[in-house]
Design a protein around this ligand. Sequence first.
Ligand code: MG
Length: 380
Amino acid sequence: MKVGVVIAAAGSGVRMGAECNKVLLSLHGKPMLQYSIELFAGLEEVSSLVIVTRDVDCDLVQGLVEQMGLNGWVQVVPGGAVRQESVLRGLRALPADTEWVIIHDGARPFVTAPVVRRGLEAVREHRAVGVAVPVKDTIKRVQDSLVVDTLPRAELWAMQTPQIFSYELILKAHEQASAQGLVATDDCALVEALGHPVHIVPGEYSNIKITTPEDLPRSDEPAVGFGYDVHRLVADRPLILGGVEIPSEQGLLGHSDADVLTHAVMDALLGALGAGDIGEHFPDTDPQYAGISSMVLLSRVMALVQARGLEVGNADVVVLAQRPKLSPWKAAIRASLAQALGVAETRVNVKASTCEGLGFVGREEGIAAQAAVLLRARRS
Ligand code: MG
């Protein structure tokens, strides 16, 4: 039984309000896509796996695959303009001797092995199998705000993925649909269009598709994060702290604008998200971040916070600098950070401390910053 898997992961994240592909958003500390890859890679029945993703995300997804030690076994393939086209590209990338294909949406991270195995058992007999759950809501057909029909709920099932097929059958269904310009919202519908019956096996209600930020499971528990950063003081560089340029003989050296305080704040936010650190998100080897305003990077981190349905509760920061004297600038820094974090100024506290002449700060070799933030479920 040669089983290939196609994971469709070519969505843009537009409905998530995310700047990146939503399947790369962090979910409990790892990219959403990683959950399905781990599941299928761990099933002994599976012999090959293809991930179809947007052109622009191929490198990121390839990096994830390498990080998971699955390099060489998992193929990353650029997708098409729409999901159906992407899936067809994935199908064509599978080895020619593939007998059965599991098609799965990368935005369904909570699929479980028992569900997949149920589908694999059924497909040998039925050749086309969809995982689905009975619809709990009453479904009505509506036109121009008027109900025209109430559908019999006992007959209604909500389709999920995986959907599992004979390789030959699903390839034929996709190629025929492509030739005829038929567009469907799932792969089973293309097999139905061939006149071939599709068998249903029960899925799980927890196997949700993550489409909008509200779908992300969010904890009602608040989470704190902590950040720390240091940059070296040099001549001929501006000194920027919390997005505020401060007159100073010396400024901070770094790949970006070296805003040490904003870096500490970003690390605190990522910490509360369980999403690693800024080095992972914005590598200082990447030319696109050369000289970039750290406030721009902070807005990208805030987009991750918002995409998770969270908001900043408060932030407390401290800058450790021997010179210049920062007290005249604390109010401006507070206002700048409050705006970037989307909170009232009263929710941001800015402290400054010299180090009594001790250590690298005392010797005026560098400036350090620390930040603590609280993230909580969005209330508004
Ligand atoms: Mg830094």
